[in-house]
Design a protein around this ligand. Structure first.
Ligand code: ADP
Ligand code: ZN
Ligand code: ZN
Length: 748
């Protein structure tokens, strides 16, 4: 019977497009097709196939439809369960399906690359390579180190070293262990390695585990036993850093692997550390693949195809890995579930955590959310019994919880933002040959350049924001639009030369500490100092060598990394977030303080945390430090309930921005009128705005927003669906950039 194909195309339009089938091939849902679109040729995915007879009379007549040019896949590229997830997301987030599919597919496949498993160069150690002592490569220390690494990787689980027992070293291992391909070449020239090209077969030795699992403590045991495999349920694994969450994940994964299923693990954007990966590799004798933005397009495509083909048992990835196709997944785990990087903040504004819950529900498998500082939403869901709360109180192993002390810095004379007591504590730590970590939540040298004579402040010409002073080279930089300007030496208003750098940035803190502790390395960790590839790894190596040092850094230090030798953490400024204009400011501050504190005292040495603040009496801070995180969350929940804010209400944020602010306001005003025609405002459904965004001008555009708040998700969506399709038809929409954000995490 003649058919019509519905195709999702990579456009921002919230609709699908109909085509006649191509001249050759048998189209199926989930296959890619190449189609004419205006004057372009686009690649899209078939989302539906219908009969010509069943066609809606209002749709364009069949005679007007163009045939697709070609079919790119004989078998569906996107399996049914991923298609279902994408469709759910399109509906929930009111976003174009074609764009969502674009997020689900790696770049190469989007561009039309054939979906065939790649051939890869695989190295293995030769007998000579296995038996050569790395130390004999004295003149080539890097080669020696790599050889040692490869030998330890290749060590068979049982029996002696023979050439047959060696493990293949593929692109995965090379990426994971950061092995330099040039060094591989050298070793190959010395005949220590040999290579072949093949479609790598999944390597699944008989033994599942490389190392014995740990004996779980009681709480870990209870947590693991609570997970019902083969059944949907969301479990919130809530335990401080070091309480043994990862061990619980690993043993849950073990159960899943034993059933011949796969595991999907989502981690925050910069939380992926070689440490975590090494632990998984050290434990499981099973193929593992990564998915994150640091990989090349080719690597991502290959990993995706291998996962889909069932060649990968454990997928570890950031946000968009939630779309990784797997033949028979048995569990989804989200580590550091509170992390905001699970929510995409532009274009397709999805929450990978929430999509993971939908995927797990569709697949009828468990979802584990792990955190030392659960998000307010998850905490609330656990309280309401929607999630099962699994609590780990104790620190596993021997590590002790850090002791946290508040430093009242009111009236204190600070040296570049650092109190005398903090400096003394750092000195004492270094004297004990231990390491200190100083946390400062701003990069650059100083956040403000001000004229001492007239009070003029250097502002970004394109944003409502101050310019940050940077060094190397000296310049002013806008962290919101990337505007840069050479450092000025005279005030632009009164021409005075008395320009002062106000406030602290990570570079200034670094310099100050370096001057105070001349003989100790001061290592800065922020976006600027880690831009270079492998920079973070080099820093970690230096820190893990254990020699006394001072780490200075921004949020990057709060995530994922463990610094076993750090015994002192100094938080320079806890006050900023508590005053943030965003209603989530206090929640984030609490999470950040505890996450940073958790970096200390991992090992046998107890950690000590100093928090500098002007607000020692702040009720939330007091609750957090005296009664702990759960009490802190309860207090915030009470405030949110009183203020009718999430998680007690559901929010959609309609944003509009334009060169002329009035255009954005007009658009949102119309939107509000349309919305009120569909559903008048009631106590259960409220409209707020149009209001200026917290940063009204950014990158030369004026930004406004309309907040829609509802008591039930259902009601919000009943409004949004018709509203968005009306907005799509408004001629005014062409004068603005507009978007809708469901469950926004950032109100700016
Ligand atoms: P988290 O993921 O909560 O930060 P980890 O799972 O990384 O905690 O555990 C912290 C440390 O404690 C690790 O070194 C881990 O090997 C160790 N550990 C975890 N569980 C146990 C256990 N049951 N017995 C002994 N050591 C454990
Ligand atoms: Zn001036
Ligand atoms: Zn700017």
């Amino acid at each position: 019977m003649p058919a019509i194909l519905s195709v999702a195309l990579p456009t921002p339009l919230r609709k699908h497009f109909d085509y006649l089938p191509p001249s050759a091939g048998t189209p199926q849902i989930g296959c890619r097709v190449q189609v004419p679109f205006g004057r372009q040729i686009l690649i899209g995915v078939i989302t539906g196939i219908s009969n010509i007879e069943d066609r809606d009379k209002s749709a364009p007549s069949v005679g007007q439809l163009k045939p697709a040019l070609s079919l790119l896949d004989e078998q569906p590229l996107l399996p049914q369960n991923i298609m279902t997830l994408c469709l759910w997301a399109a509906n929930y987030y009111q976003h174009a399906l074609g764009d969502i599919i674009n997020t689900a597919l790696p770049a190469g496949l989007r561009a039309g690359d054939p979906a065939v498993l790649p051939e890869e160069t695989i190295w293995s150690l030769t007998t000579k390579g296995l038996n050569t002592q790395p130390d004999t490569l004295k003149r080539a220390p890097k080669q020696a180190a790599t050889l040692r690494q490869l030998q330890s990787l290749s060590a068979p689980v049982t029996g002696s070293i023979t050439s047959e027992a060696t493990t293949a070293i593929g692109p995965d291992e090379i990426a994971t262990f950061n092995i330099d391909r040039k060094i591989i070449k050298r070793l190959e020239e010395k005949q220590l390695l040999t290579s072949t090209t093949e479609i790598p077969r999944p390597n699944r030795p008989e033994l599942l585990l490389n190392e014995p699992r740990l004996n779980l403590n009681d709480e870990q045991h209870t947590a693991l036993n609570a997970i019902a495999f083969g059944k949907f349920g969301t479990h919130l694994l809530y335990g401080t850093t070091g309480s043994g969450k990862t061990e619980v994940y690993m043993q849950a994964i073990e159960t899943v692997l034993n059933k011949g299923q796969q595991a999907l693990i989502l981690i925050p954007e910069i939380g992926l550390t070689p440490q975590l990966l090494n632990r998984f590799r050290a434990r499981f004798n099973r193929p593992l693949a990564l998915h994150h933005s640091g990989l090349s397009d080719g690597e991502r495509k290959n990993n995706w195809l291998r996962a889909k083909a069932g060649h990968i048992d454990i997928v570890i990835g950031t946000r968009s890995a939630v779309f990784t196709p797997l033949p028979n997944p048995g569990i989804i785990i989200i580590d550091e579930e509170h992390d905001i990087s699970f929510k995409q903040q532009d274009s397709f504004r999805y929450s990978a955590r929430d999509l993971a819950a939908i995927r797990a529900q569709n697949l009828n498998i468990p979802l584990i959310l792990g955190s030392a500082t659960p998000s307010l939403e998850s905490f609330h869901n656990a309280e309401q019994g929607r999630y099962q709360l699994l609590r780990l109180h104790a620190r596993a192993g021997q590590a002790q919880a850090p002791n946290i002390q508040v430093l009242d810095i009111r009236k204190e004379k600070l040296n570049n933002g650092i109190s005398r007591q903090a400096i003394n504590s750092i000195a004492a730590t270094l004297n004990r040959s231990e390491q200190a970590l100083v946390f400062i939540n701003r990069r650059g040298f100083a956040p403000t350049l001000m004229c001492h004579d007239c009070g003029w402040v250097a502002q970004c010409p394109h944003c409502d924001a101050r310019l940050t002073v940077h060094q190397y080279p000296n310049h002013l930089h806008c962290h919101h639009c990337d505007y840069q300007h050479p450092l000025i030496t005279r005030c632009l208003q009164c021409h005075s030369k008395e320009l002062h750098c106000l406030g602290q940035g990570s570079v200034r803190t670094e310099q100050c500490l370096q001057e105070l502790f001349t003989d100790t390395p001061v290592i800065r960790v922020d976006r600027d100092s880690t831009r270079r590839k492998n920079a973070m790894q080099d820093i970690m190596d230096q820190v893990n060598s254990g020699k006394p040092c001072i780490l200075v850094g921004t949020q990057m230090l709060a995530k994922g990394h463990h610094f076993p030798n750090v015994t002192l953490v100094v938080i320079l400024d806890a006050d900023n977030g508590l005053f943030s204009s965003d209603f989530r400011g206090p929640e984030r501050t609490g999470q950040l303080l505890l996450q940073v504190s958790g970096r200390a005292g991992r090992a046998e040495k107890p950690g000590h945390v100093l928090i500098q603040t002007h607000l020692c009496d702040h009720p939330l801070l007091t609750t957090l430090l005296e009664n702990g995180y759960s009490a802190f969350m309860h207090q915030i929940l009470q405030e949110r309930q009183l203020g009718q804010m999430p998680p007690f209400q559901y929010i959609a944020l309609l944003r509009a921005e334009a060169k002329f602010g009035q255009h954005a306001v007009d658009f949102l005003q119309t939107a509000r009128q349309l919305a009120e025609q569909i559903q008048p405002s009631t106590p259960q459904l409220q409209y707020l705005g149009p209001l200026p965004a917290p940063m009204e001008r950014r990158n030369q555009r004026f930004r406004f927003q309309l907040q829609i708040k509802a008591e039930s998700r259902g009601q919000l969506h009943q409004l949004l669906q018709p509203l968005i399709s009306e907005l799509d038809k408004l001629p005014q929409k062409n004068r603005v950039r507009w978007s809708v954000d469901i469950d926004p995490l950032d109100m700016n």
